[in-house]
Design a protein around this ligand. Structure first.
Ligand code: GLC
Length: 490
């Protein structure tokens, strides 16, 4: 297996990189969302950044994802034809689109199932993503890509390890391929009728007693955890929490059972996209050595949102969901205003939480702004213009917003859970609190408010901005694990 890729500049690569190049590994990533083409949350960001970082290490990387009705990004996929896919005992045709960007090849699976207004949230989501998973080997083979390893993300792609091991009608070279499953959020597992799932997927009936089975039903994420050669999740603390039974949504016993097959690898962030020194969306660039621009970004944000008065700005950039503890934050609003904070709330989600955020803004528009939209450009300005960012998540597999905030010199005030606990050092580059309770959140915000505008705050801000969050570090860890499961030792 000797393949060397021209895009690697040999003068720049490290010994580690060279090993990857000589290994010439071909990896197929499979994700239901990949930014900028599609994104509802952090999964889209990670499925975009990790493949690029792996390609930089010299791996040959392809990403397969659905061809949704609305795709973001500047370039549209090029339709190259249809391919036949076994599904539900018959053969179906799906469209194949491709494009290449940043050293990564993307393949899009086209089917009426994906030509809908939203990415998910439909009653037949499980059927849609079984169809997608079934199509993955066929579309990869269609473009001549037979991988050495398949890396599936979250429940939507979690049937692939079982398909590779037991599925009928796979293209040449796919049967028995090693597989990796990454859990970005164990809350979503993909459940369905067992017989129906086996029938649609073309899996043998004997698997009804396998890892696919969960309390009488099929559970796609559970099948992935059981059948994959390696299961990763997106922070070491979340990996530990899952096996300890916290936030495991019924799968902790299995995760304990798979033992060392589960590892936590911390996500990075896209440091080129999230760079206050070079960010087209913000009022004035700044960095750790020349932080003055941050004050200009703050004033611009106040003006944009109609905020008045003085006092530190506390931002929220989040999905409005129970997981994210937005209810805790909203319940704390009166106390936070009392402490002198002003608030900027940006995000969409649960209708009740959105209504409560809108009501808080209506009640005190000069001190509370709520923008209940998905607006990436505004998110940049909130990270840059705020002094602190609240991340009161009940559980958080990794969390990207706290790392982005730190890079923008905006100190996170977060619950000590999952990736938040792994990326924030209390009173050094942010603030952590324990219980998922309004009182604990308020206490942490009071500590932060009293530190604000002191020399200690400036020191913390400098520390936060100096943190290295580059994806390359994580990518090297994934590569080491890939090599482990493939038995590559040189
Ligand atoms: C999910 C998790 C989040 C994580 C992201 C990317 O959205 O909830 O914590 O950062 O996936 O892995």
């Amino acid at each position: 297996m000797e393949r060397v890729y021209g895009r690697i500049m040999m003068s720049k690569v490290t010994e580690h990189d060279r090993l990857a190049v000589s290994c010439g590994m071909r990896v197929l990533h499979v994700s239901a969302e990949v930014a900028p083409f599609s994104k509802t949350g952090g999964l889209g960001d990670v499925a975009a950044a990790l493949p690029v970082a792996l390609a930089r290490l010299g791996l040959d990387v392809m990403v397969v994802t659905p061809w949704y009705r609305h795709l973001g990004g500047d370039v549209a996929p090029f339709w190259i034809g249809d391919v036949e896919v076994p599904f539900g005992g018959a053969v179906e045709r799906v469209g194949v689109g491709t494009l290449e960007q940043d050293g990564v090849r993307y393949v899009f699976v086209g089917h009426g199932d994906f030509s809908r207004a939203s990415l998910y949230g439909y009653d037949d989501d499980v059927v849609r993503f079984i169809r997608f998973s079934r199509a993955v080997p066929a579309v990869a083979a269609r473009v001549g890509f037979v991988p050495d390893l398949v890396h599936a993300h979250d429940w939507h792609a979690a049937l692939l390890p079982a398909l590779l091991e037991h599925g009928a009608g796979l293209p040449l070279g796919f049967a028995g391929l090693p597989s990796v499953l990454t859990i970005h959020n164990i809350q979503f597992q993909g459940g369905g009728d067992l017989d129906e799932v086996l029938r649609l997927a073309g899996l043998p009936i004997g698997l009804e007693r396998s890892y696919l089975h969960h309390v009488g039903d099929a559970n796609l994420l559970k099948a992935g955890i059981g059948f994959a050669d390696l299961v990763t999740t997106v922070s070491p603390t979340y990996a530990r929490e899952l096996t300890e039974g916290a936030h495991a949504f019924g799968l902790d016993e299995l995760l304990r059972h798979v033992g060392p097959k589960l590892v936590g690898i911390l996500n990075g962030i896209d440091t080129a996209l999230w760079d206050p020194a070079n960010d087209p969306f913000i009022a004035q660039p700044y960095d750790r050595d020349a932080p003055a621009g941050k004050a200009a970004c703050r004033s611009a944000l106040e003006a944009e949102l109609g905020l008045a008065g003085a006092g530190p700005l506390l931002g929220v950039v989040s999905r409005f969901a129970d997981q994210k503890g937005i209810d805790l934050l909203l319940a704390a609003v009166p106390a936070l205003l009392e402490m002198g904070w002003r608030l900027v709330l940006l995000g969409t989600g649960d209708a009740g939480l959105e209504a409560a955020a809108a009501a808080a803004a209506r009640a005190d528009p000069e001190r509370v702004a709520a923008r209940l939209v998905h607006d990436e450009a505004l998110a940049h300005r909130v990270y840059a213009g705020c002094d602190a960012l609240a991340v009161p998540s009940r559980f958080e597999p990794c969390g990207l917003s706290q790392m982005i905030a730190q890079r923008y010199g905006t100190l996170p005030i977060a619950r000590a859970t999952g990736g938040l606990a792994d990326t924030i050092r209390h009173a050094q580059d942010g603030f952590l609190f324990g219980p998922a309770e309004v009182g604990a959140l308020q206490e942490a915000c009071a500590t932060a408010a009293s530190a604000f505008a002191t020399p200690a705050w400036e020191t913390m801000r400098g520390e936060a901005m100096a943190l290295d969050r580059d994806w390359q570090t994580s990518a090297q860890e994934y590569l080491a694990r890939y090599r482990g499961i493939m038995g590559v030792t040189t």
